[in-house]
Each structure stands twice: as C-alpha cells, then as structure tokens.
Design a protein around this ligand. Sequence first.
Ligand code: T1G
Length: 634
Amino acid sequence: MSVPRQIGTETRGALGVIYLRNAPVNALGHALRTAISDAHTAFCADPDIKAIALVGLPKFFSAGADIREFATGRKPPLLTEVIAQIEAAPKPTLALIGGVCFGGGFELALACDIRLAAPNARFSFPEIRLGNIPGAGGTQKLPRLVGGPAALDIIVTAREVRAEEAAALGLCAEVLPDLEAALLRAEAMAAAGIERQPIGARAVPGDISEMDAAAETALGAARGALAVTRAVEGVRMAYDTPLEQGQAWERETFIELNASDQSRAQRHVFFAEREARKVPDLPRDTAPREITRAAVVGADSAGAGIAMCFARAGLPVVLIDTDAAQIERARARIAELWDQARDGGGIDGPTLAAQRARLELSTELHAAASADVVVAAGSEDMTQTQEIFSALDRICKPGAILVNNGATLDLDSIAQATTRPGDVIGMHFLHSDDAVPLLEVVRAARTAPEVVATVMALAPRLDKQPVLVGVCDGLVGNRMVRAFGREVQMLVEEGATPDQVDAALAGFGVDIGQQLRDACAGAQGQPPRAPLTEDEIRRRCLWQLVNTGCRLLEEGIALRASDIDVIFVHGYGFPRFRGGPMHHAEAVGLSKVLADIRHYQEMLGPRWAPAPLLERAVREGLSLDAAMTSEAVA
Ligand code: T1G
C-alpha cells in the first residue's frame, strides 16, 4: 500500500503505527482524514496486528479540523466518520499524544481506547474561540470522562489542560517521558492485549444539579456569545441522553453555529491574528536579532508591568529609574502583584521564584548597557524622552534595540535624538499584564527591517499579539477610540443619556469603559430633537470607528483592515464574536455603512466626511483590504 505523504506507517510487533505528518499542525484536512482511515482499515485487515496507534508530531498531535475547510465545505470521510470507524473497529486504537491536542484532534484521541501522553501534551477545545462547540463528540464524551462542570469549564474557556492535570482528570492513562517511550508502552500493551474502553458506555459522574453553578458562571461571562449557550445545553444533555442521540444533536448544532455570523466573525479573527504577525514588505529571510536580556527605563506602573512581562517570558530584565523613591515604590508594587498572583493560584511557587530572580531594580541608567532591548516607559514629554534616548544611545551596546512605549510622541523625532535611528522602534503595551494581549509595534521611518522582525518575533514570547503600525498621534487604537469617544459625548450632548449610550453599546458587546462613562456624566445636553434609538447610537459610534479606521489604512498607518480588527479584539475589548469593527462593517455591508455616514455628514457636518477608501470600496464593490491593494485611492 503506497503511503500518502500526510502520514507514515510502521509495524512494531503486534502494533500498527500511523504517524500523522500533516505539517505544520496536523490539521485534520480531507487528505489526512482519508489517509488515517485507509491506514486504519489496512491494519485492521492485517492478522498480525493486534492494536493500532495514532502518533502525532512531537509538538502537534493535531490542532483539530482544518479551519480553512469550514468556508469551502468538507468532503468525506468526515472526522465523525473516521471516529466512528475507529470506535467500531475490531481492534483497539491508542492515541500517543505529544504537544497540541486541540479540537477535532482531541476528539480523535477521545475515540481511542487508550491515550498515552508525553509531558508537553496540551489538551484543549478552542472551538468556542471560533464561535462554535466541539462537533465530533467532545460535548458528549468529555463530561462522561471528567464530569459535567469540569467539561463545561474546559469547553467554554478553551483553556489548556496540561499532561499532569490530564492524567489526574483521567483524560489520559499515563504520562511517559516522550513519544518513543509511549510507543514502547503501546507495543507492549498490544502484545499483552488491550481491553476496549469505549467512553460512550460510561455515564456522566456526579449529579446534573452540579451543573447549575457551572452553567451560571459560563452564561454570565458569555456577553452574547451564542456558542456558550449551546455548549451548556450540550453538556447538560450528556447526563441523560444516549451518546448517539447527543452526538447527532451536537452535529446539527455545530453545522448551525458554523453558518452563523458569530462563527464567521471569529474565524476571521483567527486568520487575522496569524496574518497580523506577517509583515508583507519584510523579506522572509530577515533574521531577527537575539534577545537574551532586557531593560526597562521608568518605574511607574507601566514600566513595572513591562518588566514583569519580560520576567514572565523567561528573560532577565533590569528595571531602572533614577528616582530611588520610585524604584522602592515599584519594588513594593511588583512584590504585591506577584503575591496576589500566587495567592490567586495563577502561578506556582517555583515559577514565581524564578521570575523574581530574573527581575533586578536599579537607579543607574548604565544598568541598561548590556541589554539587547531597552524599553523607555512612562514619559509622555518629548524633550525628556529625547534626552533618555540620547543617553541610551551613548550607554547601550551596538545592536541593542531602543524602544519607546508610548502612543502619543512622534517616534521619528525620538529616533533623531540618537545616532542609531535604525535601532529605534515602538512597542505600545496597552496594558502590560496579560489581560490585554495587544502590542502595537511601531515602525518609524528609519527602523531597520531586522529590528521590526526581532520585535514581531519577541511579542509571542511575551504572550502578546503583535500588530505593526506606523507613526501617528495615538497610533491606530487610541486614535480610533478618540473618535469613538467624541461621538459618544456628542450623542450625550444631543440628549441621549449616558446610560442609554452605555446600554446600546453593551447590547452590542462593547463596554465603553469607566473613563468615558465619567466624561459623559458631565456632558448631559438638551432633550433630543428626535429620540435616539439604540441602533442609531450604535451606528454612530461604530461607524466613527470604521471611518477613522479607513483613514488610517489610507495613510498607511494600519497595513490591513483585518489588523485593525485584531487591535480592537485584543486591545479594546471589542467582542471577538463581532470580528472587530472593520469586519463588522463588511458583514453589515459597506454600502449601508457609507449611506449612513453620508446621512450623518449632511446632518452633523464635516467630522462625518466619508473616507475615500470606503467610497472607493463601495464604488468598486471591493472589500476594504482589496480596495487598499487596488489602484491608489483617487
Ligand atoms: N486549521 C487550519 N490551519 C491551521 C489550524 C487549523 N486548525 N491551526 C493552525 N493552522 C495554521 C495557521 O493558520 C498557520 O498558518 C499555521 O497553521 C501555524 O499556526 C470537529 C471542527 C495550534 C496552537 O481552533 O490555536 O476541530 O499563517 O501560526 O502559534 O470539533 O494554530 O502559517 O499560513 O497559529 O504555533 C479547532 C487553532 C478547530 C486550533 C499553533 N482547533 N490553531 O499555534 O502556530 S475546530 C483550533 C491554534 C474543530 C471539531 C472542530 C494554533 C496552534 P500560516 P500558528 P502556533
């Protein structure tokens, strides 16, 4: 039997081994599904084979279904069919899991009689992040293994279950030193004979009443995400519904959700996140510089937070402030934050100790001399910042990357204060703790390509989602939020109550934030000419975002409309299930958006002048990104 390139096969004693080799992540696309199904059938027909093992790549058992197929449709054998084939087979199957075991990959493993894991195994159901639920048995089988509340938590949070916890939960039978050790174990088991252990035969442990609290928590955090509601329904069903029936419901629900606007929006965000990491005009072979040590200058809360971010990422870092009192305040603050994280169970003792050991504090600017990257945080004063950069220029080693953290100062002017403008770049940490994963990476006019490549590669190490932007006041996010905030205030001055605006946007899934709420409280205006509807309020606020976003694309400050979506989903709490402001506008229809904007322009004046890019996209029937790449805006 010729072996398709997506897999490898081997016979080891009585064990038939199927190696999944669909790089980079063993996505279960049509070719891989077919290859697994055919190889499994062949091993079942081989009289010398007593059991079959599915073995993934060292870091990827499987990242699940091929998400690209969601839009194009899937050809048989579907994953549910491959799973049914394995469960109905005359011989037991084992899953040998190293690294990522996500979504459909996790469900493939749950279809196996035995799961053996390597220490780096990571189990997760990320479907909720795609506006969906597990669709190949996960909502029915996981509760039978770990109980309803634990299963619901794993499904609605998409959290990762590491090998140790997986063994404790009964998700895998054993954790072995590596995949080779797992293979040897499987070979021995095959020779000895393996008892079939179909999960479907089990009942969900515990009482369904335990689900009430878990369901309440999940639904409370849903903020309108449909998939969460369906996940609760599915896990509840597992308690008292036969597996086949539950899986049929799950299948239908998966198809229904897959066709929903929310899932389309969240799939858009998934690919937009990956696209945002790529810099189109950066040669693929641009080699990043090595980053082994960091420094942060300015020990206010932003600076302290950024230093903690580096230490959390495993990098030795020195936090510097020439004001000794400020350094002592930072020392106390950092200790307090870390103690809170430990007490909250967010970090274990040894990890915390290692992080503490990596973070030094100093009042000497020279402490930055050996750092590979130096972040100036905390100053929004141009002269002061230029002085800091000129001092760092004299102190820091050649090749050190000099970073400004702010979003307001002109980075080109900062770079001119040094003799190495090519080494100057911006890293706008909206919030240094990992609650806000966005990092706007600011490329100045003379920033060197390898400096851009270095910081774009550094961001994921800091658990940050990078988006490359150009230089302007407020960068992309803050500049758009300013326009949004101004519109909220205008609406209040026109007579809408702050609560009305708040409710209208909260209903959409956007929290306007306390700062804006406070700003509105003082702006109550005359009774409105005509009552402002929730829909009107939403459109005024969102289309200001979109119109400003289009201007930022025209100016080249933002590279792609999808980048703006990533900025708002990861930096400003825009609901992932709306896909971001630009995607939302495209989903509503750009011609409708433009018509609204032209109407507001007539009514409310020049702040509503439509962006030429938007007009062009409508005129040419193009998406914003397509209009961007077509002939320069007239
Ligand atoms: N399908 C298609 N492409 C995928 C993919 C997937 N599931 N996962 C990753 N890729 C591509 C990605 O676009 C990128 O491409 C490259 O692989 C490397 O990814 C029935 C139906 C696994 C943790 O949601 O979370 O199963 O940009 O840059 O940082 O219930 O990828 O290079 O061209 O992200 O190391 C559920 C999604 C599917 C997992 C690796 N699974 N993937 O992160 O690499 S729904 C997911 C991830 C499902 C069943 C349902 C991450 C990763 P390119 P990367 P990474």
